[in-house]
Write a new protein. Structure first.
Length: 336
């Protein structure tokens, strides 16, 4: 009897409140603007144990997105775009997994430590309860504990990686839970999008099926001619220079490249950048380009074969104007 009572208590805690809008109804409402989507980052490598002091945690010690997480973030962005949902401000915590979830979905993000703050505070609640700009919705990409400690009706265990809640501001620092997007909702909505996107539009490709419990796309497969043309374009010169510096094994040359050709990031010291380079160099050795594709506006995915036998995809985001420095560089092991 006690076990039955405990099970019922657990199910009640893990179930969303009644009278919430369905995922389909949420999409209709979001087209009007005026809501905030509080989204937990997509799938990560759960084998990594990281310290909570993110300010002193280099990227390679953080729990980063997996290939599946990257694909899921892109799929959610495609759903929002296809449904005509207006997105204004996009904010995230400073962790790479939250920032990159936002970037892959919406192409831009600003980070704030309030969305990583473990202890609930009036400032944190005020940020979540801020009204969106007229005719738009806000997106906040954060962690489960921020959602659990601020959103009424959400208890620990209710929001998994990649899932989101939609809230409405109700006056001074007040919030009302409107609905939730569960992984099953994203999966179904993405499958609907795939079925309707039987042809390409505006020279692009149909949206990819949501990666949920399966393998992520294996990376770009562009022809050698297309790869050469893409990497020889002036706006992508920094990509070629990065690969040359990486393969050289010369730490001084790599440091010089970061100083000259990468946009400074206050959250990343040069020593941290070099630490990541040294680790990747040890893991990959030298890399040979297999193919490259422009996967989004001002993003280039380069598939490489490492001398250690590993295949990886390096995604570069150059600036959109001269001098075309690199804004971000991210590695993903294919099939790893």
């Amino acid at each position: 009897m006690l076990l039955t009572h405990a099970l019922l208590t657990f199910l009640a805690a893990a179930s969303p409140p009644d009278s919430l809008l369905s995922a389909d109804s949420l999409l209709v409402e979001l087209r009007k603007g005026g809501y905030t989507i509080v989204w937990r980052h997509t799938a990560t490598d759960r084998s990594v144990q990281e310290p909570m002091d993110y300010q002193n945690t280099p990227r390679f010690q953080q729990r980063n997105l997996t290939d599946r997480g990257i694909a899921d973030a892109k799929a959610v962005g495609a759903i929002f775009k296809s449904r005509g949902i207006p997105v204004g401000d996009v904010l995230s915590s400073p962790m790479f997994r939250t920032r990159e979830t936002a970037e892959y979905a919406f192409g831009h993000v600003e980070s704030t430590p309030l969305l990583r703050q473990v202890d609930r505070s009036p400032e944190q609640l005020r940020l979540i309860a801020t009204e969106p700009a007229a005719g738009t919705n806000r997106v906040l990409v954060t962690h489960h504990f921020v959602i659990e400690q601020n959103v009424p009706g959400i208890k620990p265990g209710m929001i998994g990686e990649g899932e989101a809640v939609v809230v409405k501001a109700t006056g001074r620092d007040g919030l009302r839970l409107v609905g939730t997007f569960k992984m099953a909702d994203w999966q179904r909505l993405s499958e609907q999008l795939d079925k309707s996107a039987s042809t390409t539009t505006n020279g692009g490709t149909a949206a990819k099926t949501f990666v949920h419990g399966g393998a992520a796309p294996a990376g770009p497969t562009a022809s050698p001619a297309a790869t050469a043309a893409l990497l020889q374009a002036p706006q992508n010169a920094a990509i070629t220079n990065y690969l040359d510096a990486f393969n050289s094994g010369d730490a001084a040359r790599m440091r010089e490249f970061y100083e000259r050709s990468v946009v400074p990031n206050p959250a990343r010291t040069m020593d941290e950048r070099m630490g990541v380079y040294n680790r990747l160099k040890g893991d990959l050795g030298t890399v040979t380009v297999i193919s490259a594709e422009a996967v989004e506006t001002n993003r280039v995915a380069v598939k490489v074969q490492a001398s250690t036998g590993t295949t990886a995809v390096i995604t570069f985001a150059p600036e959109t104007q001269q001098p075309y420095r690199l804004v971000t560089i991210s590695f993903a092991i294919v099939g790893g």
